[in-house]
Ligand binder design. Structure first.
Ligand code: ZN
Length: 197
């Protein structure tokens, strides 16, 4: 039995913007990616049959902090020790990506647990709280007044093929390391729903 607290709040996804500040000077030592690097990548993520599941573009690379599970384990491992300008492709089995699908994360809740104005349909994604943690759920279907919901990650159970080009590498600041996310410009400008100490 999955006990879920449902909120109709949409999950806030902050877009990590990367600004190119200038070319790095030639006498700077090559920065190798480690667990305290801020890395920008342009990538395409493809599934088993080559379908594009996700990507970031040249204009808007995905910029993230290493070492805080901002990206899947297998990709973090592959990036470690590489540097700006390198390109690679890597195939990750589910255990190095989003894990296998777990039947324990599929359950039923009463329709009445959802806000009355929420329009439910298969495939709808919503945020809920389970076992004290916030997760994204997907509505799988309906049975009577029960709603079948699934908290598995949508990429769970999938083999993932990443085509990656590293476009930036820099050491994280002390503040970024303590907040466990990337800052842009003057610091903590984005919305991340946590309290700073
Ligand atoms: Zn912050």
């Amino acid at each position: 039995m999955l006990t879920v607290l449902i909120s109709s709040r949409k999950q806030k996804i902050s877009t990590e913007k990367y600004r190119i500040l200038g070319l790095s000077s030639k006498d700077e030592p090559m920065q190798l990616i480690d667990s305290k690097s801020v890395v920008g990548i342009v990538y395409t993520l493809k599934g088993d049959v080559g379908e594009v599941l996700d990507k970031s573009t040249e204009e808007d690379p995905f910029v993230f902090l290493m070492g805080v599970e901002a990206i899947v384990r297998g990709l973090e491992r592959t990036l470690t020790g590489k540097s700006e300008g390198e390109e690679f492709t890597v195939t990750l089995q589910p255990e190095d990506a989003y894990g296998e699908r777990s039947p324990d994360l599929i359950g039923e809740v009463a329709r009445s647990q959802f806000p009355p104005d929420m329009e439910l349909r298969p495939g709808l994604r919503f945020q809920g709280e389970v076992a004290g943690g916030i997760r994204m759920f997907t509505v799988n279907g309906f049975e009577g007044d029960k709603v079948t919901i699934d908290a598995n990650h949508e990429l769970a159970g999938k083999t993932l093929n990443f085509e990656v080009r590293i476009v930036s590498v820099r050491p994280a600041t002390a503040e970024e390391l303590s907040h466990k996310h990337v800052h842009h410009g003057d610091g903590c400008g984005h919305d991340h729903g946590h309290h700073h100490h």
